[in-house]
Design a protein around this ligand. Structure first.
Ligand code: SAH
Length: 341
C-alpha cells in the first residue's frame, strides 16, 4: 500500500526520505510543494526525475475531490462538498471576515455525538478523517479561491476530540513553517465537551483557541439537547474549563445556540451568567439555524439581543454571532453528511 505522504509531519517525512536513501533536506522541498497545492510528484521541479518516480511508486498525495461549490448571495461565503476516497463526503466553508479569511473544516464524516438540533448528527459517524484529509480541505480551498487562509476553525462536521490523534497531527501540519505556517493562535477547535480530551488539549496545545458548545444553563436542559452531557455533566465541564483558562491564560468561547422555548428565557440567561461568572470567557450567541429534519426554532435576532443584554449586564462578555452562509445551509449546525451522487 502506498504511503499517505500528506499525513506525515516534516520530521516523519525526513525519516521517510532518508529511509529510501535520499538526503534529509529533500523532505523540506517535498513538504513545501504539498502546501503549494501540488498533487503530482512529477510537478516537484526541484527534485531529480529519479526521486519523483520513486516517490510516485511508494507514496500518494491526498486530494479531495471537489463535488460541488455553493456561494452565498448574501455574503460570498462558499460551501464546498468534498468527496473522499471511500465514497463518503464532507463539507467545508470559506468565509470572508474583515479580519481575514476563515475556513471551517470538518474533522469526521458524520458525527456520533447525537446533538438533537444539529444536522451533522443525522446518520451517525461514517469515519474519522485522516490528517491529510483535514489539511487538504484548507489547501484545496486556497487553491480554488486563490486566496490565503488566515484562520482555521474546526467547527464543521464531526467532533474533533473524538478524532483526537489525527486532530493533533493536523494542527502540527498546518503550523509547520515550511508548509502553511499558520499561527496556533489563529486556530480554534470546538468541542461538545469531551472532558478528558479538553484536559489533554490544554497541555498539548495551550495556544490554540478552545470553543465549547454549551447551549444550556443547566444539566436538565443540556442533557435533553446533548447526550454527551449525561456522561460529562455541566458542573464538571465548567470546572475543567475554568482550569483550562488558568493553565493557558486564554479566554474560552462558549457557543450558545438559542432555541425558542427551550433555552432562551431571561431566567436561562441569568442562570448562565451566574454559572460562568468565575470563568475567563466569551459567549457567542447563535440564533438557531434551521435544520429541516428538526422541529426546533430559533427565536430570531430580537430575542438574541435580549439574551445577550442580560449576560452583559451580569458581567459576562457576550456577542451575537454574525450568521454567514445560511442561504446555502452553510451556517453552524447545517453541515451534514452527503453521499456521492
Ligand atoms: N462537535 C463540535 C464541532 C462542531 S461546531 C462541537 O460540538 O463543538 C458546530 C457548532 O454549531 C456547535 O457549536 C454546534 O452545537 C452548533 N450547532 C449545531 N446545530 C446548530 C443549529 N441548528 N444552529 C446553530 N448552531 C448549531
Amino acid at each position: 500500500m502506498k504511503e499517505d505522504i500528506k499525513s506525515m509531519s516534516l520530521e516523519e517525512l525526513e525519516i521517510f526520505i532518508e529511509s529510501i536513501g535520499e538526503k534529509k533536506y529533500r523532505a523540506k522541498q517535498v513538504f513545501s510543494w504539498l502546501y503549494k497545492g501540488i498533487y503530482n510528484f512529477n510537478d516537484m521541479s526541484d527534485l531529480s526525475k529519479e526521486l519523483r518516480n520513486k516517490l510516485d511508486q511508494i507514496a500518494y498525495i491526498e486530494r479531495l475531490d471537489i463535488l460541488k461549490i455553493q456561494e452565498s448571495k448574501k455574503d460570498r461565503t462558499r460551501k464546498y462538498l468534498f468527496g473522499l476516497r471511500d465514497g463518503s463526503a464532507i463539507e467545508s466553508v470559506f468565509m470572508k471576515y474583515r479580519h481575514g479569511n476563515t475556513v471551517c473544516i470538518s474533522s469526521q464524516a458524520g458525527c456520533r455525538m447525537g446533538c438533537d438540533f444539529c444536522a451533522s448528527a443525522i446518520g451517525g459517524l461514517t469515519k474519522n478523517l485522516s490528517p491529510s484529509e483535514m489539511v487538504d480541505q484548507v489547501i484545496a480551498i486556497e487553491k480554488d479561491t486563490g486566496e490565503k487562509v488566515n484562520n482555521i476553525v474546526v467547527m464543521g462536521t464531526g467532533e474533533p476530540f473524538d478524532n483526537y490523534d489525527n486532530l493533533c497531527k493536523f494542527i502540527v501540519l498546518i503550523h509547520t513553517q515550511e508548509g502553511m505556517n499558520m499561527s496556533l493562535r489563529n486556530i480554534t477547535v470546538s468541542t461538545c465537551g469531551l472532558i478528558p480530551k479538553i484536559k489533554e488539549f490544554g497541555t498539548d496545545f495551550p495556544q490554540v483557541n478552545l470553543a465549547i458548545s454549551l447551549h444550556a444553563p443547566n444539566d436538565a436542559i443540556r442533557s435533553k439537547l446533548m447526550p454527551i452531557n449525561r456522561k460529562y455533566p455541566m458542573d464538571e465541564l465548567l470546572r475543567v474549563c475554568h482550569e483550562h483558562t488558568m493553565v493557558t491564560g486564554r479566554r474560552i468561547t462558549f457557543e450558545y445556540a438559542l432555541i425558542e422555548g427551550v433555552n432562551d428565557s431571561s431566567e436561562n440567561a441569568k442562570e448562565l451568567a451566574d454559572k460562568l461568572s468565575n470563568i475567563l470567557c466569551h459567549v457567542n450567541i447563535i440564533p438557531l439555524n434551521l435544520v429541516s429534519e428538526r422541529d426546533y426554532r430559533g427565536g430570531g435576532r430580537r430575542s438574541a439581543q435580549i439574551f445577550c443584554n442580560i449576560l452583559t449586564q451580569n458581567g459576562i462578555n457576550a456577542t451575537i454571532r454574525r450568521e454567514l452562509g445560511s442561504d446555502i445551509d452553510a451556517a453552524c449546525g447545517q453541515l451534514r453528511l452527503k453521499q456521492k451522487n
